[in-house]
Design a protein around this ligand. Structure first.
Ligand SMILES: Nc1nc2c(ncn2[C@@H]2O[C@H](COP(=O)(O)OP(=O)(O)O)[C@@H](O)[C@H]2O)c(=O)[nH]1
Ligand SMILES: [Mg+2]
Ligand SMILES: [Zn+2]
Ligand SMILES: [Zn+2]
Length: 280
């Protein structure tokens, strides 16, 4: 069980094969920490004060437990990050709700960059290898992680997937996270940046409702802009909400089907790759 959001991560499969999650030693009792962290994460401050006789002490304890749990993930994310740095690999973590168009935009991106850049994709879904198959159809390597009852990827899963990928130095690695605007925000996978995808059919207010995700992202792709004529979606309002929670976020109006925004997205990718190469 994932002790941060309480989701189950004991039945992870990578390309259909069960992963033994051995490094599960934690500095706090797991069951205790699971319950506490869940309470810590999903309680509002008001509820907290209302129900808790000693809010200061228990808040500190919960924060410590939460920090311990994420510390393990962060340590494994640091290993992944060191690996990427050593090989000048640009790793991007694509996050969004289900159906916003991550796989579609990846397929389009791969077709556009094929022959210029070595690429691979790590796909995260609870079940099926449909998305890995969609990527493989482009001729690019894809590893499917099935998280089972898990609602997000973690650094350990990505570390295991990396053992099965052979990438040349300077490659581009896309990690398509499980569709979920909440939990993936909390888990560093060792990526250079999170790229949030929000489609215009989801409503303008999502950055305000799920601020952690939009705060964690460096780039926002506002996808399905080809549908704008048929919707009442106010794109400027959506952009202002995203900037309210993250003033530094870069926003690209995008359509994975029409290709709108592809040039800006390609330029952004190129700039990120240049940064990675220069760092080494
Ligand atoms: N109209 C339109 N549909 C899109 C666009 N991008 C994706 N879709 C559709 O949205 C659905 C979900 O796309 P998918 O890539 O599977 O989303 P994911 O769950 O985020 O990977 C599919 O039916 C896609 O064809 C887009 O830019 N415009
Ligand atoms: Mg997908
Ligand atoms: Zn969760
Ligand atoms: Zn979880």
């Amino acid at each position: 069980m994932c002790t941060t959001c309480g989701c189950g991560n004991d039945d992870t499969l990578i390309n259909g094969i069960a992963v033994s999650r051995r490094n599960h030693k934690r500095s706090v009792n797991q069951d205790d920490s699971a319950a506490s962290a869940k309470r810590f994460l999903f309680r509002t401050p008001q509820q907290h004060h209302h129900h808790d006789p000693a809010p200061a002490a228990t808040t500190i304890r919960r924060i410590q437990i939460e920090q311990n749990i994420l510390a393990k993930n962060d340590a494994l994310a640091a290993d992944n990050r060191a690996f990427f740095a050593e090989h000048s690999i640009l790793a991007l973590n694509l996050v969004s709700s289900p159906g916003s168009g991550k796989t579609t935009l990846l397929v389009r991106t791969i077709k556009s960059l094929k022959g210029q850049v070595a690429m691979a994709v790590i796909e995260g879904d609870q079940q099926t290898d449909n998305d890995a198959e969609r990527i493989r159809a482009t001729g690019v390597q894809a590893i499917q992680i099935n998280t089972g009852k898990g609602c997000h990827l973690d650094a350990e899963m990505v570390g295991h997937a990396l053992e099965q990928i052979s990438l040349p130095d300077g490659a581009l690695l896309f990690i398509e996270n499980v569709g979920n605007l909440v939990c993936p925000a909390a888990f560093d996978l060792g990526e250079a940046a999170k790229v949030a995808v929000l489609s215009v059919t989801e409503g303008e207010d999502k950055p305000l409702k799920y601020p952690d995700m939009f705060r964690a992202a460096r780039l926002l792709l506002l996808n399905k802009c080809d549908l704008l004529p048929y919707l009442s979606f106010d794109i400027e309002l959506a952009e202002s909400y995203a900037r309210r929670v993250n003033p530094d976020i870069r926003i690209i109006r995008f359509s994975a089907t029409s290709g709108e925004g592809m040039n800006d997205w390609m330029a952004w990718l190129d700039a990120q790759r240049t940064t990675i190469t220069k760092r080494n």
